[in-house]
Design a protein around this ligand. Sequence first.
Ligand code: ARG
Length: 544
Amino acid sequence: MSSLPHTLSERLQAVAGVDPELRAATKPQFGHFQSNVALRLAKAEGRPPREVAQRLVEQADLSDLCETPEIAGPGFINLRLRTEVLAAAASEVRADPRHGVEPQPTQTVVIDYSAPNVAKQMHVGHLRSTIIGDCLARVLRALGHTVIAQNHIGDWGRQFGMLVEQILDEQLDVAALDLAGAEELYRRANDHFKADETFADRARRRVVLLQSGDEDTLAIWRQLIDISLAGFHEAYARLGVLLTDADLAGESTYNDDLPRVVAELEASGAAVVDDGALVVFVEGFNAPMIVRKRDGGFGYSATDLAAVRRRVGELGADRILYVVGSEQTFHFNQVFAVARKAGFLPERVQAEHVGYGMVLGTDGKRLRTRDGGTMKLADLLDAAEERAARPIALAAVKYADLSNSLVKDYVFDLDRMVQTVGDTGPYLQYAHARLCQLLRRAEAEQAQVGEAVTVLDEPAEQTLALLLTRFGETVAEVGQTLQPHRLCAYLYELAGALSVFYEQCPVLRSEGEVRASRLALCVTVRDVLAAGLDLLGIEAPDRM
Ligand code: ARG
């Protein structure tokens, strides 16, 4: 099914020679779509715009799809779909198990998201990454792409030297720790590291032991990984996201690739030795990327280069997304530029950093706990669940995360987010649950539910039908632009149009074909709301 606005656009373009820039009408009296193409053409042609508009609509011959087009004001073209055309399009959405979401030419898309750090609890930044990445994975899968999730956990690096030494000093039973306990250990180790030079030296030597594969060191390291993973799993289960162990690809998994990365960087001439370190200069960056430090250690950048190389070479990525906070924009731009220069990232593979802003408290500052500490994911979910049942609390948090433009910081105002009125997740859940209730009543009354939408006399019915036909293109847009807020805005508009419909069009109190058609419309809106919420990773309960 090619979308109606698309077909109308093509026909107008064929006679106008330029994109008619068809837009949804801003008011019902302007019909369903409007275009100002005649005004633009009139200038070039030196003819009155109304005359140009008249010529265009005559030549385009839209009579099979639209009522007689209206030329308004200085020369706007207003199009109103014939109701039977609109009804047929809405009925197609009703019959289609995918509700108009069309599979795209298949790509393999690697999504790097969540990526918490071992021996530390997940914080709000990881929460955002997890929620946004999960939504993008769902949307891209629905569009038919092969999605490979990669959870690039921070499980390698210098901090493990001090963690292992602290464990040995305290003769600690690591297996008995939970993630919160591991985090306390982290703090003690860090303090110790700063205060005691000989401890710091031992920690540095311990890193070398770890990275060269010393069995005793690795055994303690593995225990730390295990308790951390248990904590992460708990968080994922609580959030209802799709990540599993199969998606884990932590920094440590690239360790064996690093010598080859270095060899290839040197062979391609991309890397040079600078003051003992191996670095890559790329144009447009004020600092080179340090691949290997003077002491021989590899850092975050080296691992990310190895990750790009593997995602392209082994996973077969056509597109790689990194859902990571905007504060790492420089890092990713540099990784992409270096990877292109080194030949790890061919032109045909797209790499995109999906950055996002900070979560702020109601005071406008970075969200913190009451005592000023960093906000843990668990604290935050606890607070949400104090205000609402779990599915609703989760909807509130996820929707707040997805409904703003990602790069913007947003204020975490739980009292607002859990409301069932306004632009919130619970509002959409409520719209869905209320429809379910109406349909339950229809069933109890043995009302006939139309297989198709057949009557669209009321403007409120038309608005709803028109919106239904836009679900597929909205999902496709999110897949392209990676902006979940467009899907949120669409669902919010749909739920709003539904309340207007309730006010103006009695459903159960109507009769005959009108009732059957209105019930068909209701079923379709319910299904689209549920499908849309599912793509956001939000549950759609039948009752609330
Ligand atoms: N662990 C990192 C952090 O907490 C995020 C990793 C993001 N992914 C990546 N490929 N660098 O900041």
